[in-house]
Design a protein around this ligand. Structure first.
Ligand SMILES: [Zn+2]
Length: 206
């Protein structure tokens, strides 16, 4: 199964003109003239990434504070890759902050690398996530490769409070009561009363 971005965002002709006319240094990234382009990038990538962070696979929020356009190779290190479509992915702000400006390349490059081999961490466009990292019980990140291991380190995916919160959500989902409630939701008419009795029992015994 492929769990990477299959299609990068393709800039429209007029977007390329806006970029050419307004982009000089990586500090220009925050210029408001690029706002609509960012919205278009986000819309495209949200769909490609099934609304999940490219590093921790948490669900991304819809508020601007709950999601970042991540530059896989830091834009401060390679300004020319700031608008390179293969360098863009969506991440949660926590992963983006932890990864920060750490270098992700095995060695310096002049053109944007064309395969994941050039990267120390999982590249959202080139590498299948699950080949490199296994997420146990939706909360613990287990490396499968050295790339997976470095991604976990770079983004600090062992972030303690996050793991606890994810474990809590996983437990709630898997609790007997949650399973009964789920059963009730899918029950046929003849089964409904039985499920209600079981849920009552469960509540009384808690
Ligand atoms: Zn994340």
């Amino acid at each position: 199964m492929s769990d990477r971005i299959n299609k990068p965002y393709e800039f429209l002709d007029d977007e390329n003109v806006i970029i050419a006319n307004n982009f000089n240094t990586h500090h220009d990234w925050t210029k408001t003239v690029f706002n609509q382009i960012k919205v278009n990038i986000i819309t495209h990538l949200r769909n490609e990434q099934e609304n999940k962070c490219c590093y921790c696979k948490s669900e991304l929020g819809f508020d601007i504070k709950e999601m970042d356009i991540e530059h896989i190779i830091p834009k401060s290190e390679y300004e020319s890759f700031t608008f390179h479509n293969k360098n863009l992915a969506l991440s949660c702000p926590a992963c983006n902050t932890k990864k920060s400006t750490k270098s992700v390349l095995n060695k310096k490059c002049s053109c944007y690398p064309r395969s994941g081999n050039a990267f120390v961490i999982v590249h959202a466009h080139y590498d299948n996530y699950s080949t490199n990292i296994f997420i146990k019980d939706e909360c613990v990140y287990v490396p499968r490769t050295s790339k997976g291991s470095d991604t976990i380190k770079y983004c600090e995916l062992y972030r303690f409070l996050d793991v606890i919160e994810k474990a809590r959500k996983f437990q709630i989902k898997k609790s007997p009561l949650a399973q009964l409630t789920e059963g009730l939701r899918n029950a046929s008419e003849s089964e409904v009363n039985e499920f209600i009795e079981l849920i009552k029992d469960k509540l009384n015994n808690n």
